[in-house]
Design a protein around this ligand. Structure first.
Ligand SMILES: CC(C)(COP(=O)(O)OP(=O)(O)OC[C@H]1O[C@@H](n2cnc3c(N)ncnc32)[C@H](O)[C@@H]1OP(=O)(O)O)[C@@H](O)C(=O)NCCC(=O)NCCS
Length: 163
């Protein structure tokens, strides 16, 4: 399968000291640490993290500060739609536009006209980010998470590119 390329947009200005880069399997340990901090209840198992960093049909990117990963996002096609499967920014680096930049970069690398994601019903901060990026709630999956909290499914429709 053809490897997807994460192209970095030059209009996504990050605060000084941060860089947006493609992520690779070398980021496994750093991603494990970031996930534990950002998703205390929902951190992915080791094999899922390895998969998201290596599967050829996954798009992935990271934000680093002085070589240290402080943000990560990934997306992939699932049943015809592009899904943002994870998005995380370390708490010490939030509200500076890093989550927005990671989301936009993943979106750019996904070719599907429909984008979707799942978010905890109580996660109002992430929902605010997604709404600002053009997503709206289209479904609710009851008791989706390990503690039986509902997931909201948010979706964004993009116009098909001509040609
Ligand atoms: C959600 C998350 C990725 C946002 O990262 P971030 O780098 O802080 O987001 P940004 O700075 O790019 O925010 C962009 C805009 O989104 C909205 N937003 C982001 N976080 C918000 C919050 N906690 N409350 C309200 N609005 C928020 C704001 O409109 C913000 O713009 P502003 O700061 O100018 O007001 C981060 O909080 C996180 O990692 N949370 C834990 C993991 C998580 O919930 N991931 C999403 C799972 S679906």
């Amino acid at each position: 399968m053809k490897r997807k390329t994460v192209l970095l947009r030059n209009d996504l200005a990050l605060p000084a000291g941060y860089r947006l880069l493609p992520a690779t399997w070398r980021d496994l340990r750093a991603l494990q640490r970031l996930e534990k901090v950002c998703f205390p209840q929902d951190a992915w198992p080791f094999l899922d993290l390895l998969g998201v960093l290596t599967w050829p049909d996954v798009v992935r990117c990271k934000v680093v500060q002085e070589q240290a990963m402080v943000g990560f996002a990934a997306g992939q096609e699932i049943e015809g739609a592009g899904w943002i499967v994870t998005l995380a920014v370390h708490p010490a680096h939030r509200r500076q536009g890093l989550g927005w930049a990671l989301l936009q970069t993943c979106e750019d690398a996904l070719p599907q006209p429909v984008l979707r994601l799942a978010v905890r019903a109580s996660n109002h901060g992430a929902q605010a980010l997604y709404r600002a990026a053009g997503y709206e709630v289209v479904n609710r999956w009851p008791r989706y998470y390990v503690d039986r909290e509902d997931a909201l499914i948010m979706e964004k429709q993009r116009p098909l590119e001509a040609g």
